[in-house]
Design a protein around this ligand. Structure first.
Ligand code: 5AD
Ligand code: FES
Length: 347
């Protein structure tokens, strides 16, 4: 009976809130089958390919104060750094040599990175590496800023919606941040023609199974090209330090449901998943994920970009990570490719 719901998803028939909820509540029984079908759907649209995105963590400064995040402005123990335009370009150069064809510029919301500075960096990366995609993950900005960055050549933007439940949003964020503005940003990015990524944490404080069922309905409605999910992991210097981590099993099951709901979505097996389970990313790939986002940040700053505790791969050079990931991906029967890895609109 649960299998039938998975089969319906695979046939691209919409599930109701109750049906998603049934699956989530009975995940122990159905997760093996869901993973098998999600793997097949991923295979049908993208074959064996696992796409890699070079993550450049440009700034650990953030003006916001999200209750879950180690980079929050009130965390006086956080170590802060900023990469200069030149340092960012150097990271991309190193990444290109390692086979990366997408660079993700990610950082806290840091006023240092003006539109002018960012547009210059984007133009330079696109001029030097015309076969590469530039993805931004720099939080909430103005409509005008998103427009300028797109004009400068940015292709994609990652902005997790964090939760599709407005009341839940208020429990995760201080009053200065609103669900409404988050949605405004996501709508702007879509309207401007970015390939857009949204996403949420699994097992964030106060999240219910009902919330998760709603997340799947939200994703179906928004139709993003990318979805980033990972377990919530407490950071010791945040108000949420005493909450438990989200589970790898639930994250992996949700990856399967997302793959079945949005068959062509670009879906990372995240570093957070690899942090709560040593073979979490492999499990994610076996369950329908098809993207990995290893770190290209300079080794000297990696330990300073601590969104949550115990983050993996902070001591390794990018080249080491790539070798490690190649081995891990090979065990899943998939293969890391040197490819821009754009969203595929057609079969
Ligand atoms: N655990 C897991 N993920 C987190 N994020 C922020 N803080 C944490 C945490 N403690 C996620 C948020 C954010 C992304 C960059 O990292 O979803 O959008
Ligand atoms: Fe970084 Fe394995 S992916 S060391």
């Amino acid at each position: 009976m649960y299998k039938e719901l998975i089969d319906r998803l695979e046939r691209q028939q919409a599930l109701s809130f109750e049906e998603y909820l049934t699956l989530i509540k009975n995940r122990e029984e159905v997760r093996g089958y869901a993973a098998e079908r999600a793997f097949a759907v991923r295979q049908k649209h993208y074959g064996n390919a696992v796409f890699i995105r070079g993550l450049i963590e440009i700034s650990s400064y953030c003006k916001n104060d999200c209750y879950y995040c180690g980079l929050r402005a009130s965390n006086k123990n956080a170590q802060r750094y900023r990469l200069t335009a030149e340092e960012i370009i150097t990271c991309a150069e190193n990444g290109y040599a390692l086979g990366f064809r997408t660079f993700v510029l990610q950082g806290g919301e840091d006023g240092y990175y003006t539109d002018e500075l960012l547009c210059g960096v984007i133009r330079e990366i696109k001029a030097r590496f015309p076969d590469c995609a530039v993805t931004l993950s720099l939080g909430e900005r103005s409509t005008e800023s998103y427009r300028l960055l797109k004009e400068a050549g940015a292709d994609r933007y990652l902005l997790r919606h964090e939760t599709a439940n407005e009341a839940h949003y208020r429990r995760l964020h201080p009053p200065a941040l609103s669900y409404e503005n988050r949605q405004r940003c996501i709508n702007d990015l879509k309207a401007l023609g970015y390939q857009v990524g949204v996403g949420f944490m699994v097992g964030s404080p106060f999240q219910t199974d009902e919330d998760l069922a709603n997340e799947l309905l939200y994703l179906k409605k928004i139709q993003p090209q990318m979805v980033g999910i990972g377990p919530f992991i407490p950071h010791g210097d945040t108000p949420f330090k005493d909450f438990e981590s989200g589970s790898a099993e639930l994250t992996v099951f949700l990856l399967s449901l997302i793959r079945l709901t949005l068959p062509r979505v670009l879906l990372p097996a995240t570093t957070a998943l690899g942090t709560v389970d040593p073979i979490g990313r492999e499990k994610g790939i076996m369950a329908g994920a098809n993207v990995l986002m290893p770190n290209l940040s300079p080794a000297g700053v990696r330990k300073k970009y601590m969104i949550y505790d115990n983050k993996i791969c902070t001591g390794d050079e990018a080249a080491q990570c790539i070798e490690c990931l190649k081995g891990r991906v090979a065990k899943t029967g998939c293969e890391i490719v040197t490819d821009k890895g754009d969203y595929r609109n057609e079969l």
